[in-house]
Design a protein around this ligand. Structure first.
Ligand SMILES: Nc1ncnc2c1ncn2[C@@H]1O[C@H](COP(=O)(O)OP(=O)(O)OP(=O)(O)O)[C@@H](O)[C@H]1O
Ligand SMILES: [Mg+2]
Length: 311
């Protein structure tokens, strides 16, 4: 395992006091490994923003311990800030500034910035021209905020919902930029509601709900646990499923939930698929609608909480 750039242990953050207090983060623990992409995935109000704002030093926790690049985000804030890239969920406070001017300005403050023209082109910020920040569209603001957070090629970037509200093209451009950052050795922590985003981008996913981590792992680890993946196909009704089971690895199951509709449960890997098709061939069966159904992070969330990730 690599060096840890973020360590959060039993974090508690409350808003307000006394009986009116809201416990936004309630004993949350997670770590982030250097030069990886870590996704914090959870529904509205789960505590994602509160957690990363605490890591950025904007909030003082009521309990637990947070270390970012080995430092205390509140006490060591001045030393830490130049090493971080921060994209807030609510955008920045620079309402009158023009997009590309601001980006050039921020780039000049850093020793080894990304190429501003490349960022402008890849995030399609050229069209923002001389429009002041406050008059940009939602998606333009979002893309500019991302550019500002990463232009300095920070050691560690916190991106709060970097793709919320972006169109599919801009979302893909953002994903590619984040992948390039990882290649450059930047550690990225992002929050998202989109399980396909976490699956595509993240090395490690922390699923959070009610201010706690309810599951952690790589996307593959998370999706391979719990309910098995399945393989479905259609064929003539009443095939001898017992002989198919006998050909498959131990622990596999085969059902015929409706006549002629077959369901294979177990570890669905290329080898198992080959075994099923070989069995079909030797039984003279041409399987119709053969489909591998993979369990995704949305299913994992549903299984863990009984609720859907996105309403
Ligand atoms: N300033 C605040 N005062 C009071 N309660 C707050 C404040 N900020 C957040 N909360 C509450 O804390 C909880 C966690 O909020 P947080 O913004 O961290 O969630 P989130 O996971 O980022 O949600 P979203 O997906 O909507 O961005 C919510 O119940 C929210 O209402
Ligand atoms: Mg949030």
């Amino acid at each position: 395992m690599g060096e840890l750039v973020v360590e959060v242990e039993s974090l508690v953050v409350r808003y307000g006091r006394g009986r009116a207090a809201v416990t936004a983060v309630d004993g949350l623990s997670l770590t982030v490994v250097r030069a990886t992409v870590t996704a914090i995935l959870g529904p509205n109000g789960a505590g994602k923003t509160t957690t990363i704002e605490t890591c950025e030093g904007y909030r003082r926790p009521q309990g637990g311990r947070v270390r970012v690049l080995g430092l205390d985000p509140v006490a060591d804030r001045r030393a830490l800030l130049p090493r971080l890239g921060v994209m807030l969920q609510e955008g920045g406070a620079w309402s009158g500034v023009r997009a590309t001017e601001m980006l050039h300005h921020v780039a000049r403050l850093h020793a080894n910035p990304l190429d501003v023209d490349m960022l402008v082109q890849r995030l399609d910020l050229g069209s923002c021209g001389r429009t002041p920040y406050r008059r940009l569209s939602g998606g333009q603001k979002q893309r500019l905020s991302l550019a500002m957070a990463i232009v300095g090629r920070p050691e560690l970037a916190f991106l709060d919902e970097p793709t919320a509200g972006l169109d599919p093209l801009a979302r893909r451009a953002t994903w590619e930029l984040i992948e390039d950052l990882r290649r450059d050795g930047v550690s990225v922590v992002l929050t998202t509601h989109y399980m396909e985003e976490a699956e595509r981008l993240a090395d490690q996913v922390h699923v959070i709900d009610g201010g706690r981590v309810i599951a952690s792992g790589s996307p593959a680890e998370l999706t391979s646990r719990g309910a098995a993946n399945s393989l479905r196909f259609r064929g003539p009704a009443g095939l001898d499923v017992r002989s198919l089971v006998a050909a498959l690895p131990e622990g596999s199951r085969v059902r015929e939930p409706a006549p002629g509709s077959y369901l294979v449960l177990g570890t669905i890997d290329p080898h198992l698929l080959a075994t099923v098709t070989a069995w079909c061939a030797s039984n003279g069966v041409l399987p119709d609608d053969l489909a591998v159904e993979r369990h995704n992070l949305e299913d994992v969330f549903l299984e863990l909480t009984g609720r859907k990730l996105q309403p």
